[in-house]
Every structure is written in structure tokens, then in C-alpha cells.
Design a protein around this ligand. Structure first.
Ligand SMILES: Cc1ncc(COP(=O)(O)O)c(C=O)c1O
Length: 428
């Protein structure tokens, strides 16, 4: 017996009288008819409730939503209106947040290789903090300020030497990392000294981020301990302990809640005598479980003795995580989400890659058929934001569903969109 666990679906998920899955009171088949598939369906109430849980756990202006997890203007506006600041890691993320009406003073600029253009944009806009990642970046900030810009408030990103137990591509706190200043070899202290003595930077704190999709809260406590020891003699007002709280993607996985993460971190900090204001930067834990992706099954191919392939109308272009990290997901049918699933299948996309796999080994209800709406839960983080146009497949629409109505927050791309940046002069 394999039935989808209800907890993997967004908070408001329920079924209509005929068994159809509803999110935010909206039937998935109605949304698919209206907006097409693939379709990202976010439960707006779920998003707001995770934002509120984080702000309640850490305090106002202490939670910085990591927009890389999922960003559009509606999301920036929602997070900001729920009392969060925004972590932006590129000029494009900053541009989007500002375009949503989020003030620059609520944006924190990240990135391990910020260009002079991005730094100028951030400084001129007046972002809250710049999280400085390298000595080369300090050179660029000094040049920008020497040319007349105001000296920004900065945090120093420290690589604390704490290995988060997660996939190597998303572990960032270990010594061997492209991010930040290494604590063990003295770079972090050298960076602090340089920032403190430079007239181009106003040093206000330190920062670390040990990795993403971390399930073991003790890793965060360990990072807090290392950072507290490093930051104590500096006596700076801000200490940012990053994001990284994991979420359950598949049956049997258990992740700490945001509230538990808050108490582990804040208890550790108060036991360590931290007097700085402690902030965090959650991304995945705010948005991942808030969304499902709805696809239409287009082909089913049985290879006797080998396996069954179920192909949907999206794939690695809307969810590259399985290909990048071997990430696991669950799948079910929208028309009967809690049906017993016994049909072993590999769920694949429509791209010209054998590696275009969404679920390597899935189970689906036995009567899954071409034309069915297939739903993958927990696809709200690093799906749309990491997506691509591979094969010139159109990026899907995104809707926010609440109280029985859905608003489109990102429309589906059109073929004209594909040519919008294509500069072409016919040769003949
Ligand atoms: C500096 C920083 N902060 C926050 C995050 C968000 O992490 P998560 O989505 O796992 O909470 C990331 C993710 O890569 C990050 O690099």
C-alpha cells in the first residue's frame, strides 16, 4: 500500500466531492484548463503561514527571505508584506524586488562574484546590507565609493568550516568552498580588519550559510557556536546565520519546523552569550511545500521486463533538481490524489536527454492513463527559479490560489517570448 502522505501537500489541499485535488479551494483540473500545464500552483495561505511562522520565531526584520528559492514580483510583495526582508543574490533579483515596490532598505545583497555593475546598482539603490564575499569585491566597493557613492553597510561572509549534511553541490559552509572568507586560514579575520578600517565600508556584522536542505538542526547549532566564538570579540550588531532548513520531499522524511529551527538557533546563541541581533535567510522552508506542479501525461511506454516510462509535458526545464542532485519527489494523480499507488514507473519529461527524469522510481495509481493530470508535490523551491528554456520549451505559468480563486503571478511564456532576445538579421 503506497498512498501519498497528506502532509506533503500544501496546507489547504483537500479533495472535491468527485475526488479531484483542490489547492486553495481551486480544483486542479480547472486550473489546468484555465492556465495550461505544466503549471506551478502555490497555496497562498501556506506561503503566508510559513512567513508568519518565521517572523514569529525570529522577530520582525530578523528574517530575510532567500529569493533564489522562488521569485516574482508577487512573491517579493508577499514576503515583504508579511514582515520579511529579502535576500537578493544578483542584479536581476534586486531589480525584481525593487520592481515589486520592496524598498532597497529591505534588500540584502549577496553573491560570490558580484560585478561592479551589480554593486553600483545595490549601493546607489541603498540596500540594507551588502554581504561581502571576497577581497576582490572589497576592491570594487572601494572603487565605487571613491567615485562618489555612499559607503554601504556590510557583513562579512564567513566560511565556518562546518560541513552541512546535504548534497555536495549545496553544502557551502565547509573549508573547500567558493563562498566567503575562510575562518580557519585567517582570511575571515583579515576581511573583518580590512572592512573595519576601510572608509568605503561600514562594517556591521558577520554572516554564514552552511548549506541547503539541512535536516539535522545540530549542524545549525554548531555553526552558531563557531560564529559566536568568532564574532564575540568584534562586538558587531548583526549576526546572520544563513538559511538552509530542509523540507520533507518524500514519505518518511522529517524536517524540523521553522519554529524548532528558531528555538535551536536562538537558544544556542543565548547560551553562547551572543549579544548581536541574530537573523536568518530561509528560502526553501518558506516556499517548497507551498506548491505542486501539475503536468499532463502524454505518453506511457512499457518495456516488458525493464520498466514503464510515463512522460509528462515538462521535465528538467521546470524542475532540474532531480538531474542536478538526484533529488527525490512523490507523484500522484490530481483526480484521486490519495489512491493506492502500485504502478511502478519512471516519470520523465519531454526533453531530448535520457537524463530528463523527474522521478526515477515512482509509484502511480494503477489506472494512470494518457491525458491524466499528474501532480508532483513540494515543488515550490528551486524549480521555477532554476528552470530553463531547454529545447525552447516554454516556461510554465505560476498561480497563487487562495479562498477558491487563483491569480496568475507569472504567465506562461509564448513563442514570441523565445525570440524577444534573439537578434537576427537574415543573411539573404
Ligand atoms: C547565502 C544564502 N542564504 C540563504 C539561502 C537559502 O537557503 P535555503 O533555501 O536552503 O533556505 C541560500 C541558498 O543557497 C544562500 O546561499
Amino acid at each position: 500500500m503506497s498512498v501519498l502522505e497528506h502532509r506533503l501537500l500544501p496546507d489547504t489541499a483537500d479533495v472535491d466531492s468527485d475526488g479531484m485535488l483542490r489547492i486553495g479551494g481551486c480544483r486542479v483540473d480547472d486550473l489546468a484548463d484555465r492556465f495550461g500545464t505544466p503549471l506551478f500552483i502555490y497555496d497562498e495561505q501556506h506561503l503566508r503561514s510559513r512567513c508568519r511562522e518565521a517572523v514569529a520565531a525570529f522577530g520582525p526584520e530578523r528574517v530575510v527571505y532567500a529569493t533564489k528559492a522562488f521569485l516574482c514580483r508577487a512573491m517579493a510583495d508577499l514576503a515583504y508584506s508579511e514582515g520579511m526582508l529579502l535576500d537578493v543574490a544578483s542584479g536581476g533579483e534586486l531589480y525584481t524586488a525593487l520592481a515589486a515596490g520592496v524598498p532597497a532598505s529591505a534588500c540584502v545583497m549577496h553573491g560570490n562574484n558580484k560585478s561592479a555593475r551589480e554593486l553600483t546598482m545595490a549601493i546607489e539603490a541603498g540596500v540594507r546590507h551588502i554581504v561581502v564575499d571576497s577581497f576582490d569585491e572589497m576592491d570594487r566597493i572601494e572603487a565605487i565609493v571613491a567615485a562618489g557613492a555612499p559607503a554601504p553597510e556590510v557583513l562579512i561572509r564567513v566560511t565556518p568550516g562546518v560541513h552541512a549534511h546535504t548534497h555536495e553541490f549545496i553544502a557551502t559552509g565547509q573549508d573547500d568552498s567558493k563562498f566567503g572568507f575562510n575562518l580557519a586560514n585567517g582570511d575571515a579575520m583579515a576581511a573583518v580588519r580590512r572592512a573595519a578600517s576601510s572608509p568605503a565600508m561600514r562594517l556591521v556584522g558577520t554572516h554564514c550559510h552552511i548549506g541547503s536542505n539541512v535536516f539535522d538542526a545540530s549542524g545549525f547549532a554548531k555553526a552558531a557556536e563557531v560564529m559566536a566564538r568568532f564574532a564575540a570579540p568584534l562586538d558587531l550588531p548583526e549576526l546572520v546565520l544563513g538559511g538552509g532548513l530542509g523540507v520533507a520531499y518524500v514519505a518518511g522524511e522529517e524536517a524540523p519546523t521553522i519554529a524548532t529551527w528558531g528555538s535551536v538557533l536562538l537558544d544556542a546563541c543565548s547560551a553562547l552569550g551572543v549579544t548581536s541581533r541574530v537573523s536568518v535567510e530561509p528560502g526553501r522552508s518558506i516556499v517548497a511545500a507551498a506548491a505542486v506542479t501539475a503536468y499532463t501525461i502524454g505518453t506511457i511506454k512499457d518495456i516488458p521486463g525493464i520498466r514503464r516510462y510515463v512522460a509528462v509535458d515538462g521535465g528538467m526545464s521546470d524542475n532540474p533538481r532531480p538531474v542536478l542532485y538526484g533529488s527525490g519527489y512523490e507523484a500522484t494523480l490530481a483526480r484521486e490524489p490519495f489512491a493506492d499507488r502500485t504502478l511502478e514507473s519512471r516519470i520523465v519529461g519531454k526533453h531530448c536527454e535520457s537524463g530528463d527524469v523527474l522521478l526515477s522510481t515512482a509509484v502511480l495509481p494503477n489506472d494512470a492513463a494518457v491525458g491524466d493530470l499528474l501532480v508532483t508535490p513540494v515543488t515550490g523551491a528551486y524549480g521555477h527559479s532554476m528552470g530553463s528554456n531547454y529545447n525552447k520549451v516554454l516556461r510554465p505559468a505560476v498561480v497563487f490560489a487562495a479562498s477558491g480563486s487563483a491569480r496568475e503571478v507569472i504567465r506562461r511564456e509564448t513563442y514570441d517570448d523565445l525570440l524577444a532576445t534573439d537578434v537576427f538579421t537574415p543573411a539573404r
